[in-house]
Design a protein around this ligand. Structure first.
Ligand code: ADP
Ligand code: MG
Length: 326
């Protein structure tokens, strides 16, 4: 059995607890149906565990990529999944298999697919604002958990946010921890990570990344979920990068037709160039758009001035954070 070595490189955690199985994956699982999806280095297929008859998603990861040994990266992905096991909105890791060339992660199957599919504008299946409120809350509960544990995801985008079911609209499962890093050991990021459209300005400027880097992506994500439009997307990568570093965002009525002003305020609190000025995941959860304390109560009927002192309460008092639902 390969040893579960510990090594740290750029914030990667590679000490894992899951047993890496070396017996053939196919002894214990049947592959069924077509591919669930694929990314740069992975193919994900639906499978059935023979012993239980239960459906899972098997993520096949190549250990060598571009001639380099990437086993450490895969162990990092496993380590983060282990760490987030307690959170319901992070996909559950069931088992791990290893062959000569691959590592296979057997994951909980998120049968509803990527939220990407419902982010497309002019689609009958597009999310309503009420849907987005519920899903954004779940994404933030998951991300707040990661951030409390000093983990940054660094690749939050609609392709990595899945649903337990599409119709009726189910719950969020955050997947793909391939780029995730531990903040406490993070030194520097020298390559541009992530997908251009969702990447924060500090990544483009080679400035330090932090949990705020994920918060930028959540701002972009929320914009896309509500409007069906990508706020920074240009014709080419370079144009997208320019749009991000210039920080020009279209908040016009045209784009946000039928969307509440609280939602726009929420997005604006995230798409701030200075990472220190962005809302944190916890702050987002108590934002009035998500906390359910949307509108302040209507002002009380006007009272004679004399009695006002005893009855009025400051309306500008900060709201106490509301614990997430569920
Ligand atoms: P990559 O690191 O290559 O991007 P991902 O983990 O993002 O790999 O998986 C690629 C795609 O496979 C996802 O975008 C999604 O469509 C699908 N997928 C991944 N995990 C699951 C899962 N647990 N259940 C269902 N589909 C999945
Ligand atoms: Mg992915």
């Amino acid at each position: 059995m390969p040893d579960n070595t510990m090594m740290k490189k750029n914030g990667m955690v590679t000490k894992i607890h899951t047993r890496i199985r070396t017996e053939p994956f196919k002894n214990n699982y049947d592959l069924v149906g077509k591919e669930l999806g694929r990314g740069k280095f992975a193919v994900v297929k639906k499978c059935i565990e023979k012993a239980t008859g239960k459906e899972h998603a098997a993520k096949f990861l190549r250990k060598r990529r571009k001639g380099e040994d990437c086993r450490g990266d895969i162990l990092n992905e496993i380590a983060v999944l282990e760490l987030a096991k307690a959170n319901p909105y992070v996909v559950a890791l069931h088992e791990v298999y290893e062959t000569q060339s691959e590592i296979i992660l057997v994951l909980e199957c998120a049968a509803g697919g990527e939220i990407f599919n419902q982010c497309v504008a002019d689609n009958d299946d597009a999310f309503t604002e009420k849907d987005v409120v519920r899903l954004a809350r779940q994404i933030l509960v998951g991300v707040a958990f990661l951030h409390r544990n000093n983990v940054v995801h660094l690749d939050l985008k609609p392709q990595n946010l899945l649903l337990t079911s599409a119709q009726p609209l189910g719950d969020i499962r955050i997947v793909d921890f391939g780029l995730s890093r531990r903040m406490d050991t993070l030194t520097e990021v020298r390559e541009i990570l992530g997908t251009p459209e969702y990447v924060a300005p500090e990544i483009l400027n080679y400035e330090p990344i932090s949990t705020a880097t994920d918060m930028w992506s959540i701002g972009v994500l929320t914009y896309v979920m509500l409007t069906g439009e990508s706020p920074f997307l240009g014709e080419q990568k370079q144009e997208t990068f320019l749009n991000i570093s210039q920080g020009n965002v279209d908040y016009s009525q045209e784009v946000f037709e039928g969307v509440s002003s609280l939602a726009i305020d929420f997005i604006q609190s995230l798409l701030r160039k200075n990472p220190r000025k962005r809302s944190t995941a916890e702050e987002c959860l108590s934002h009035p758009w998500l906390s359910g304390h949307a509108a302040p109560p209507p002002p009380p009927p006007r009272l004679p001035l004399a009695s006002l002192d005893e009855t009025s309460q400051s309306e500008s008092e900060p709201e106490s954070p509301v614990p997430p639902p569920e």
